[in-house]
Design a protein around this ligand. Structure first.
Ligand SMILES: *Cc1c(COP(=O)(O)O)cnc(C)c1O
Length: 396
């Protein structure tokens, strides 16, 4: 008898009790808006920002309404506006080109390698087309960050890191988000900490962060922040920076603070599950695992593998066969976007040139979430099911 898997791929862990209690306290106080604080009270949002700055090692941190909002604020702070070109990954998620389009700018897509990272040769080739790169560490894959920064520095390209999938990750011991001029995080339910919606922006650059803070809707209350630049920096920009409201509130911050304290442990929990799936998939005929470089300390909250040069029919069969046994795999490369889109050619508002080498990779990407509500044994069973079903279809 073949064994099926019965778990739910979108079931998250509960919010830690400490966070629930803190959220109740916020609600009892009635003070939910971040600038609504009692005499002498810092407020959950300002404390959260201080703690996230300490966690990442950044000088400044701003908590905002979403990851997408953080990206838009970063682009605006860097002065990107209508008609400007912004380099970004061909393999990413819709909110990334969306953030670029939202400021009236035009994405210039850079190809993807079989390692699922930005193609540095293609970046070099397109380096003269823009002076900002929105670098998406899509699905948690970090490229050679030293090589990337060398290219960008040489061409005076400023880098915004999209760390939606790399909170807790690093390259050669330096945290993801600490390489570029600014970095954006999401605290949305499907990322590494969960407040329903939410995001962070970090940077060491005081002018950029003062602008981002004004943009987020600080009015002239920026001195209530604990991880923002000095008031003197705001004096230079406060009359010239529009308010594009996107603040975080105390309720979400209260839920997030205890989650940040256990992030390192959560990363280990994810990676134990990731390694179990990866190990179980090794040797599956027709299936290519994505190699993870030594220098990369990743967060295995999802896993990708490639079905290179498979027919569309067989890929659909593989997805259906796994689904029939309870294993939810997404084909990121499908021509018609389903649920989430991740191919540059599905964003028709952003014209692009064909990239055949990237297209071969993109059309082969399979993706599976690894929620922490799965046990390590669950992950062994999941891998076994994928191996059996995909192996069978490939060898048929
Ligand atoms: C989720 C996500 C975002 C945006 O985050 P939201 O909080 O949902 O706006 C940006 N980039 C990537 C790669 C994402 O997966």
């Amino acid at each position: 008898m073949k064994q099926n898997f019965l778990g739910n791929f979108t079931q998250q862990e509960p919010i830690p009790e400490e966070g629930i209690q803190a959220a109740i306290d916020v609600m009892r106080s009635g003070r939910l808006h971040r600038y609504n604080v009692a005499q002498g009270e810092a407020g959950e949002v300002a404390l959260l920002e201080q703690e996230f700055a300490a966690l990442t090692g950044a000088k400044f941190c701003l908590a905002v309404a979403s990851g997408g909002y953080a990206m838009g604020a970063a682009l605006r702070a860097l002065g990107v506006g209508p008609g400007d070109h912004v380099l970004t990954n061909a393999f990413t998620l819709a909110p990334v080109p969306g953030a670029i389009a939202a400021v009236g700018a035009v994405p210039v897509f850079v190809g993807v390698t079989e390692g699922l990272v930005i193609d540095l040769n293609d970046l070099e080739a397109k380096a003269d087309q823009a002076d900002v790169l929105m670098l998406s560490h899509m699905r948690g894959h970090l490229c050679d960050m030293e090589a990337l920064m060398a290219i960008c520095d040489a061409h005076k390209i400023r880098v915004i890191e999209d760390c939606a999938h790399t909170m807790g990750a690093h390259w050669k011991g330096k945290a993801s988000g600490r390489w570029g001029a600014m970095a954006c995080y999401s605290t949305q339910t499907y990322k590494h900490v969960n407040s329903g919606e939410g995001g962070f922006l970090i940077s060491d650059d005081e002018v950029l962060m003062a602008k981002a803070t004004m943009l987020s809707g600080s009015y002239m209350l920026f001195d209530r922040h604990l991880a923002a630049p000095d008031s003197a920096v705001f004096a230079e920009i406060k009359y010239d920076t529009p308010n594009v409201s996107g603040r975080m509130d105390h309720l979400r911050a209260a839920i997030l603070r205890p989650q940040l304290r256990v992030l390192d442990q959560q990363v280990e929990n994810w990676n134990a599950r990731y390694r179990k799936v990866e190990g179980g998939l090794r040797g599956t005929p027709g299936l290519t695992l994505v190699a993870r470089p030594q220098e990369e300390h990743f967060v295995g909250s999802s896993i990708q593998f490639l079905l290179l040069d498979w027919s569309e029919d067989n890929i659909n069969k593989a997805v259906a066969a796994c689904a029939a046994r309870g294993v939810e795999i997404k084909w990121f490369g499908g021509k018609e976007p389903v649920a989430f889109t991740s191919r540059y050619d599905s964003w028709r508002y952003a014209p692009s040139e064909k990239m055949p080498k990237s297209d071969r990779v993109l059309s082969s990407i399979m993706d599976m979430r690894i929620p922490l509500t799965f046990s390590v044994e669950d992950c062994a069973l999941i891998a076994q099911i994928i191996k059996e079903e995909i192996g069978e279809i490939f060898t048929a």
